[in-house]
Design a protein around this ligand. Sequence first.
Ligand SMILES: O=C(CO)COP(=O)(O)O
Length: 252
Amino acid sequence: MARKFFVGGNWKCNGTVKSNEELVKVLNAAEVPGTDVVEVVVAPAAGHFPQVLSSLRKDFSVAAQNCWVKKGGAFTGELSAEMLKDLGLPWVVLGHSERRHIIGESDEFIADKVAYALGQGLGVIYCIGEKLEEREAGNTMAVNARQMQALADKISDWSKVVVAYEPVWAIGTGKVASPAQAQEVHDELRKWLSANVSPEVAEATRIIYGGSVTAANCGELAGCPDIDGFLVGGASLKPEFVDIIKAAEKSK
Ligand SMILES: O=C(CO)COP(=O)(O)O
């Protein structure tokens, strides 16, 4: 089964009403492959949801960057999965390394969030990835497998999960994983899914790459057989995001 290329733009804690307006204008005018070829999702900061939801072209969708672990209520500062659904956001990013390592979210807490969000009908972009010292110690796959196992312990339906492999050492550093490095981990992740969930889920699940993706390096990465798209940070705030979407045409 062919996996549809998936390109996410994670705007993180960036943007103003004015800069969003300019960025959306660029995206709306872009000539990109159709929705049969590529699925495009952008994740603005929560305060900008209404602006982006109302102004962005309808063939792109909007994601949240986080949500709460259970039903809403007395949880100051949080956004519930129900609220995202109610607002019309079909996707949420969970497990981003900035939340794992800066905010201190644990594997188990993130897996609980994913399970709850899926239960509310949201799609989840589930981020995983090793730190530099873990890679240098030879623990790349052990760390990624641990993060995958935490999720596999909590969910059985993977149909609305996109796995984003984002090596922490490549995020915002300009140090992109080489196509060979990324393909190696993506291949191992697919094998992990096959052995620990099922061959069908391994075949169907999109595994996207994130970490210093740019217009200059996306083409070669997109050509790798197990790279099914990208989660883009810095470059998603610029017109070059359009070129990254177009890399879907180079996907094998
Ligand atoms: O964290 C990322 C996307 O979620 C990647 O960020 P950069 O593309 O800025 O490295």
